[in-house]
Structure formats: structure tokens, C-alpha cells
Design a protein around this ligand. Structure first.
Ligand code: AMP
Ligand code: GLY
Length: 426
């Protein structure tokens, strides 16, 4: 089978790395990819939302299956584009149609869906230009801190949490009246603050049955001790020590099954990944958000723990035969440390030469923001998150030690990484 992975980050490298190991894979393509994916397969210079160019590449390269990494092409309707096209409708595509992608693309839609299906989540109301005053009144009825969320996609920046009521009101106004997040904040979800510890849970579904993938915890802030600015994610670990058997089965019964059944009863077909961003409050799971894709850097921790052939699972997802598949998971711990560019998540420089790539031991290097310089053929930095280093171990400590040893081996100017990934759980 010829397979095309869409995206260019560590998540897509991890998917491509796993797909490349399958005997079912003939040719592997990645668009646009990075320096590392160019070694696993063939990089195509196409952005993930250039649907016509993707079609051309699918036809030219005789692609049988497309695996969509990031959310944007899904929310913009790449799967619908495939179905509407006589040639493309025969091609397998992993990722929901536009309607299912609204679980991530519209926070208000996701909230309505959860309420309708009795899925535990924070109490909320949605406001816009027409009922802004009611928004202020609603904020007055809540206890601080106040959580405000732009309804639409805002590149991971659309959630604002503030402690002060007046600040919350002016944020609400800025989001709605001053388009702080553009069209994405024309509608704003205001919700109750939940206090607890977060985890990321993933399934793959064909719309009828699902397979539970390993769960993970990610570390979003730039600074040690979870301080400083939010990033795309500075590291992750899997499994999650505080998510034991009993808690995971609560998640399946109260959240995963009602979600799959809710999609089915609403007539929303769904073939792809669902990422449940959860919070454990006392001993109960609540949904913070849905995503219609895998997480990054969680993918870099969970993919190495899947023993099964991913191409079999993806094929069954597209064919609607997932109930015939089983998944085998490695019991070991995975730890992922993200090496970033100095300055990230604010301004940072690109084009730094990376050394030590061939000297690492007992770990997997997932390329993210890397590129191969066409003249020198050196690997250089090309993004904020540069490389994800994942190591497996018999316990969390062992996995972290190995990942951190290797983090020292890779060198480039102004390399930065968090030194405390997973330490809160040791
Ligand atoms: P999101 O962009 O939806 O992932 O939200 C960003 C972060 O805001 C989440 O990872 C949580 O840490 C936090 N957050 C979102 N909603 C809530 C809530 N209702 N209560 C507490 N924290 C929240
Ligand atoms: N690591 C969180 C995300 O991918 O959204």
C-alpha cells in the first residue's frame, strides 16, 4: 500500500516512523514533512490545506491511504473534499469529515454535544455580540478563576484564564467586540474552572467500534515546575501513573463510549483519532476539550508503545472493520523530552546546525522543526520545537534518565529543554 502522511511535526514523524515499519507499506510519502521524514520516505512540498495539490500528489503517486496529522485540514473539510471527488472517494482517509471535526473546530458544538450525551464537563454558557451583557452577568455568578474560550480554532491560544472579575469582563469584550482571536472569538464559551490533574486519552474509531490507545500526560508550559508561557508541548510520558485500571474504565464508561454512541446517534460518521483532553477532579474524569487528531508531543510517547501493526489498524478504520482488530500495548514506560529553539515560544532563530544526531543511544529521535540544508546537506533547526527524544524503560525513572542522557548528546546553538518532565509523577 502507498501511504501519504499529512503534516510536518514530531507527531507526523512518529506516525510515519510506525507506518514505515509495516510490511503492508510499499511507498511512504509525507507532506510537507521535515528533515527526518525525508529519510523515512519521500517528502512532498505541499501544505496540508492545499487540497488540489494533495489530489495531484495522490493521483501521481498512486496513494492508497492518506493519514491526516493536524486539525486544520480536517476542520477545513479535507475528508469531505475526498468524498466529493470521483477519484479520491476510493482513497482511504484517516480523519473525520468536517462535521465530526467540529468536536475540535467549535468549542460550543463540543459543549452542546457533551451536555446532550451526559458526558461530564465544566458547566458553561456561550456568548456573542448579541448577548454580551448576559455574559457579564454569567461571569458575576461564577467563582474565580474565570475560563474563557474562543469558539473556533486559534492555534492553541484561544483559552484565557484570569483570576479577576473585571479582567474577565474586559477579556470577554476583547474577544467578542475587538476580535482578539479574529473570527474564532466571535463566540466565546465561558465555563466553570475545574481543579485537578490533566491527562490525554486517545482512541481510534471507525464510527462504530474503537480501540483505546495508550494514554499520556503532556507538559505544556515552557518553564520548569509548569511555569511561564504555554507552548505546543515540552514533553510527555506514557502510561500515566495516576490513571489506573479503575480510573481508565470510568473514562471508557462515562466519556469514551457516550462519545462514540453520541456521534452514531447524531448521524456523524467518524473515521479517525479522537483525543480526549481530560482532567481528574477528585476521582472523577471531566472533558476539558476534544481534538479530532492525535496530540503532539503525546504521539511521540504513545506510538512507541503500540506493538500492533498500525497500518492494519488504520486500514480497518477506513474500511469500517475495526471491531475485528485488537491492539497490543507495550507495558514499558515512554518518556519524551522536547528540544526547542532558544527563545521559543516567543521569537527564536532558525537555521542552527544540529550535531550529535548519530551519537544517541537507546532512544528514538522524532524530528519536528528540522530541515536538511540543500547545499551543505546538514540538518538545521527550522522551528520552535526541534526534536522529540523518546526513551522506553521498565519504569518512569529509567525512561526519563535515558531520554535526558540523550538530550545532552544533541547539540545546537541555544538549545533549550525542560529538565523536569515527569518529575511530578515519580
Ligand atoms: P485548551 O486550549 O482547550 O487545551 O485549554 C488550555 C488549557 O486551559 C487546558 O489544558 C487546561 O489546562 C486549561 N483549562 C481549559 N479549560 C479549563 C477548565 N474548565 N478548568 C480548568 N482549566 C481549564
Ligand atoms: N499536546 C496537546 C495538543 O496536541 O493539543
Amino acid at each position: 500500500m502507498n501511504i501519504l502522511v499529512l503534516g510536518s511535526g514530531g507527531r507526523e514523524y512518529a506516525l510515519a516512523w510506525k507506518i514505515a515499519q509495516s510490511p503492508k507499506t510499499d511507498k511512504l510519502f509525507i507532506a510537507p514533512g521535515n528533515a527526518g521524514t525525508g529519510v523515512l520516505g519521500v517528502n512532498l512540498p505541499i501544505e496540508t490545506t492545499e487540497f488540489e495539490n494533495i489530489k495531484k500528489a495522490v493521483v501521481e503517486n498512486d496513494i492508497d491511504m492518506v493519514v491526516v496529522g493536524p486539525e486544520n485540514p480536517l476542520v477545513e473539510g479535507i475528508h469531505d473534499f475526498f468524498i466529493a471527488d470521483d477519484y479520491l472517494k476510493k482513497i482511504k482517509i484517516i480523519g473525520p469529515l468536517k462535521e465530526g471535526a467540529r468536536l475540535e473546530g467549535s468549542k460550543d458544538f463540543a459543549k452542546q454535544f457533551m451536555v446532550k450525551n451526559h458526558i461530564p464537563t465544566a458547566a458553561y454558557k456561550t456568548f456573542n455580540h448579541d448577548n454580551l451583557d448576559e455574559g457579564y452577568t454569567f461571569l458575576e455568578s461564577l467563582q474565580p478563576p474565570y475560563v474563557l474560550k474562543a469558539d473556533g480554532l486559534a492555534a492553541g491560544k484561544g483559552v484565557v484564564i484570569v483570576n479577576n472579575l473585571e479582567e474577565a469582563k474586559s477579556e470577554l469584550k476583547a474577544m467578542i467586540e475587538e476580535a482578539k482571536f479574529g473570527d474564532a472569538s466571535a463566540n466565546v464559551v465561558v465555563e466553570e474552572f475545574l481543579s485537578g490533574i490533566e491527562l490525554s486519552v486517545f482512541v481510534i474509531t471507525d464510527g462504530n467500534s474503537y480501540l483505546l490507545l495508550p494514554e499520556a500526560k503532556d507538559y505544556k508550559r515552557i518553564g520548569e515546575g509548569d511555569t511561564g508561557l504555554n507552548t505546543g508541548g515540552m514533553g510527555s510520558i506514557s502510561p500515566v501513573p495516576f490513571a489506573g485500571k479503575e480510573f481508565m474504565s470510568k473514562i471508557e464508561e462515562k466519556i469514551i463510549k457516550p462519545t462514540i454512541n453520541g456521534l452514531k446517534s447524531d448521524g456523524i460518521p467518524y473515521q479517525g483519532f479522537i483525543f480526549f483532553g481530560l482532567i481528574k477532579v477528585d476521582d472523577e474524569p471531566f472533558v476539558i476539550e476534544y481534538n479530532c487528531r492525535l496530540g503532539d508531543p503525546e504521539t511521540e510517547s504513545i506510538i512507541p508503545r503500540i506493538n500492533s501493526d498500525l497500518v492494519d489498524i488504520l486500514t480497518a478504520t477506513a474500511d469500517g472493520t475495526l471491531h475485528e482488530q485488537k491492539i497490543s500495548i507495550d507495558d514499558r514506560y515512554a518518556a519524551t523530552v522536547m528540544l526547542v529553539s532558544g527563545g521559543y515560544p516567543k521569537q527564536y532563530e532558525k537555521g542552527k546546525t544540529i550535531s550529535g544526531l548519530d551519537n544517541v543511544n537507546n532512544c528514538i529521535l522524532f524530528h519536528a522543526g528540522t530541515t536538511t540544508d540543500v547545499e551543505s546537506m546538514e540538518v538545521k533547526t527550522s522551528g520552535g520545537r526541534v526534536l522529540a527524544i523518546t526513551a522506553l524503560g521498565n519504569n518512569l525513572k529509567e525512561a526519563l534518565n535515558t531520554a535526558y542522557q540523550n538530550a545532552e548528546i544533541i547539540q545546537y546553538e541555544r538549545k533549550n529543554y525542560r529538565k523536569d518532565i515527569g518529575f511530578d509523577l515519580l
